[in-house]
Design a binder for this molecule. Sequence first.
Ligand code: NAG
Length: 268
Amino acid sequence: MEAHLCKTRRSNININIILLLIASIAATLVTSSASPITTGEKVELSLYYEALCPYCENFILNYLYKVFDNGLISIVDLKLSPYGNAKIRPNGTIVCQHGEWECVLNTVEACAIHAWPVVSDHFPFVYCVESLTYEGKYDEWETCFEKLNLDPKPVTDCIASGFGHELALRYADEINALEPPHTYVPWVVVGGQPIYDDYTDFVSFVCKAYKGSNPPQACLGLSLPTTTPNYNAKPFNHVCYKEEDNAKSKSTLSETILATAAAWAESM
Ligand SMILES: *[C@@H]1O[C@H](CO)[C@@H](O)[C@H](O)[C@H]1NC(C)=O
């Protein structure tokens, strides 16, 4: 009993945050049901991330949850893609940027998204897992089932059966098909366009991309971005870069060719 109380007390903060999040999602669902909006008008908001990139954790925990505030979710089609900068080895296994635990937790989150496909159902779980990883408690992810009163079976079965690995490979295909290709995570795409290191300002970009009538309260009184985000060599917000072993040597090679061509042209 004593041990149980200690455990409960230690995780109080997380539970409170998650309960607040659930309350906010519930409030949003009630509000949005009053003014139904057709899916055709929704703005695609996709987050490509990996479980242990600290900037992804920061984005999810301190920014992305706001998608459930003031009716924003009613105009958003939010998609989470937990794979990021991982790579597939020749033998089909996956190697993750931040080690084995990242592969485990990416798969856990992929299975949760598959098990509970509605975003207001899987987001609290992803948020809970990320809040644990933020504190370095990777091995406590299973406590999120109890905290959120979710049945662990669909997720644990998904992992044990190998289906989770298959989902990870699908997410790999998805991020590798991006145009323009991602160069780091968190990689946030709004209405088909990456917003690069402006990701903390995603609400403004969603509101700007929304073409429907009746914008939600979240969009009212915002100063919308006037310029198109573009790729900066040095992002202002921190990111986890894709390790470009091949591309780097390719760009060095093309630089060499250009330099040679320039020198050759000059000598003419
Ligand atoms: C796949 O290859 C890696 C190294 O490239 C090795 O460590 C791992 O054991 C291999 N796994 C299987 C299932 O063959």
